[in-house]
Design a protein. Structure first.
Lengths: 568, 135
């Protein structure tokens, strides 16, 4: 399973022999001085992820690297320095702010505002009931409608959400997983009515169901049938929606759930390999679907560790895709990714300080070569962002892009002793995790065994204890605390939103042809039983005005409902 | 020697954010409590039923989905209806400061907002839920 690398110890990158005696003397002198020098109380010799750190990195730490084998030029295998030859000299990353709240109409207004402010792509946040397959008027949706995102349970909702937006021109990312094929079906039908054929659609579905069981915990069916649904969608899109990114394999939620950077890296890529294996097992050629897989990572606060993580991710993916899965198309080797700054690092205390945290995290994402970026708003620790705070977050990206100069040179930290060493160490540690997952029988058996869940819970508890003990300082929380905090104005979702949305769903159901809806749902159920590709049937259901809740529920008798082994 | 304090750590609604709940569950366990974790996606009815069945001294409810104004009062109401109002209901999550007072008025014993030291939660549990152990 692991990809072999040959080491060339004792050689520098350009092949010159070292002069051990001279270097050792200078090095020894520094080591002596360092050992005898001042010790700052509270200095930490580990990253935020508990990865051990040296006080200094030097030529010895990168002696095993071979430039072309391990780094390569941008746009060249193994893509450590970036996936495009031109990177941000060619085009900047996409500034894609995640937005969604209340009703489709309210979110549509926010979309128009963000586009008018220079945002270059859309990203939809759905509410919890939509993410879990419940219509807004379901008893389990009570109190949750429009809270964490926008409620979309009918074709009408999708049409209102995208009103006045040309779906042939804008790319849309939808953060949705177990109900992803329904959202895609709604988007396809909505575009069709705008006169845009599905072949022209560009965008991304998260649809990363494996990480739901690992971290985000929004599911309907057990992992096995869920993976089949994702595979059906990959196969359908490779034929009919060729420019669509079918899965955004996500480390973001794994990290938010409390994992370390290495766990985020390893578990995410392991999920990616599981999708590749599922696609191959379903009879597809790897190059038929792998170019449409993309990734989604977190940008946490440990600056260099994050940069190393993105670089390592590209190298690992390239090596495994070419060497292990025998992909021939270079687009299958390249790891494209979206980044979002770490929500879990934001503090409610002195919330304005989150602007600075976000700026550093976003800078790390850019130095790590991200393809698109969401910067969190300062108030997201307490509520969905206000328009003002969403604007500051977008401006943060624009300042990085246009004022700091970091976009002028490709992979400017490439060759840094520290960054290169950390990149290699993270790759090695990820390989060790792949080995452990393989020993457990693969990703799905490891989920059933609670392996990922326990690893993450251990890491998050360790981190929390470090904060509790004051060993790790969080500004404004356990140090530099302000007694009287000023309250920041927050976005409120009116209770009226829920009532309004429930009325809309009920009116939608009342206005359709119930026979046609029933027949479409029956055809979906038959396809689920027969093993046919489900995606055309999801589209058929949407066309015949079945709601998201009805479509999701219709498959429960066949696929079952997932119950998690509760691990603490 | 009194018996250990028993706490039900609960996740209600559709919210899947279980990081905080798990950290609190472990911390309370390390502090000597007996901890039962409901797992995710429980209805208020299921939470209250589990609390009564397990004869816990307190329920720690974690809500990060914005549904706290619905879930906390509903659970409190069900506790009262089932004659279990002596079970201490407390909780936390992404709860804006202005929502804290209405929740306290609705009978929630304490609301811990983001950044609360765990030690403060443990102190609260020992003090308030401990009363039930002593009785």
């Amino acid at each position: 399973m692991s990809v072999k690398k040959t080491k060339t110890n004792g050689q520098t990158g350009n092949g010159q022999a070292r002069t051990p005696a001279g270097r050792t003397a200078a090095r020894a002198a520094w080591e002596e001085q360092f050992a005898a020098g001042a010790k700052r109380p509270g200095a930490i010799d580990r990253t935020i992820s508990d990865h051990p750190l040296q006080p200094l990195y030097g030529p010895d730490d990168v002696a095993g690297l071979d430039y072309e084998r391990d780094l390569g030029y941008p746009g060249q295998y193994p893509y450590t320095r970036g996936i495009h030859a031109t990177m941000y000299r060619g085009r900047l990353w996409t500034m894609r702010q995640f937005a969604g709240f209340g009703t489709a109409k309210q979110t549509n207004e926010r979309f128009h505002f963000l586009l008018s402010q220079g945002q270059t792509g859309l990203s939809v946040a759905f509410d919890m009931p939509t993410l879990m397959g419940y219509d807004s008027d379901h008893p389990r949706a009570l109190g949750e409608v429009g809270k964490c995102g926008v409620a979309v349970c009918t074709l009408q909702d999708m049409q209102d959400l995208m009103a006045g937006i040309d779906l042939g021109r804008i790319s849309t990312s939808m953060t949705i997983n177990c109900t992803a094929p329904i959202a895609l079906a709604m988007y396809i039908v909505c575009a069709e009515e705008q006169g845009v054929p599905q072949e022209r659609l560009t965008g991304t579905l998260q649809a990363d169901i494996l990480k739901e069981y690992i971290a985000q915990k929004e599911w309907i069916y057990p992992p096995e049938p869920s993976l089949r649904i994702v595979t059906d969608m990959m196969a359908y899109c490779s034929r009919h929606v060729p420019k669509w990114n079918t899965i955004s394999i996500s480390g973001y939620h794994i990290r938010e759930a409390g994992s370390t950077a290495v766990q985020e890296l390893a578990f995410t890529l392991a999920d990616g390999f599981a999708y590749v294996e599922a696609g191959i097992a379903a009879g597809m050629d790897v190059d038929q679907f792998a170019p449409r897989l993309s990734f989604f990572f977190n940008a946490h606060s440990d600056f260099f560790e994050e940069i190393a993580k993105y670089r390592a991710a590209r190298r690992i993916w390239a090596r495994h895709m070419r060497e292990r899965y025998k992909a021939k198309d270079p687009r299958s080797w390249t790891l494209r990714f979206h980044t979002q700054t770490a929500g879990c690092s934001a503090t409610a205390q002195q919330a304005e300080n989150n602007i600075m945290r976000v700026a550093f995290q976003a800078l790390a994402a850019v130095l790590g070569g991200t393809q698109s970026l969401h910067t969190n708003s300062l108030d997201e620790v307490l509520a969905l962002p206000t328009q003002k705070n969403a604007q500051i977050a977008l401006r943060t990206q624009q300042i990085i892009a246009y004022e700091t100069g970091v976009s002028n040179v490709i992979d400017p930290l490439g060759g840094s002793y520290y960054v290169e060493k950390l990149t290699s160490e993270m790759e090695e540690q990820a390989e060790r995790y792949f080995e452990r997952i393989r020993e457990l029988g693969g990703v799905i058996p490891a989920i059933h065994a609670g392996f990922f869940q326990r690893e993450i819970a251990d890491a998050s508890y360790r981190y929390q204890r470090e904060i509790e003990s004051g060993e790790r300082i969080i500004v404004g929380v356990n140090e530099f605390v302000q007694e009287e905090e000023e309250q920041i104005p927050l976005l409120k979702i009116d209770r009226e939103v829920e009532l309004e949305q429930c009325r809309r769903v009920q009116a939608f159901r009342a206005a359709r042809d119930p026979e046609a809806t029933r027949a479409a749902l029956d055809r979906l159920v038959e396809a689920a039983k027969s093993g046919a590709n489900l995606m055309p049937h999801y589209i058929d259901c949407v066309r015949n005005k079945a709601t998201l809740g009805e479509i999701s529920e219709s498959l429960v008798p066949i696929f079952g409902r997932y119950r998690e082994p509760a691990v603490i | 020697m009194a018996r250990p304090i028993r706490i039900l750590v609960a996740k209600a609604g559709l919210d899947g954010h279980d990081r905080g709940a798990k950290v609190i569950a472990r911390a309370l366990r390390d502090a000597g409590c007996e901890v039962i974790y409901t797992g995710l996606h429980q209805t208020p009815e299921q939470v209250v039923e589990a609390a009564i069945q397990e004869d816990v001294d307190g329920i720690g409810l974690s809500v990060l989905s914005g549904a706290h104004m619905t879930l906390f009062p509903r659970i409190k109401q069900l506790l009262v209806e089932n004659g279990a109002q002596d079970i201490v209901l407390f909780g936390g999550g992404t709860i804006p400061a202005e929502d804290v007072k209405p929740l306290l008025d609705a009978g929630v014993a304490a609301v811990f907002t983001p950044g609360t030291p765990i030690a403060a939660i443990i102190d609260f549990v020992r003090r308030e839920c401990g009363k039930r152990v002593g009785a």
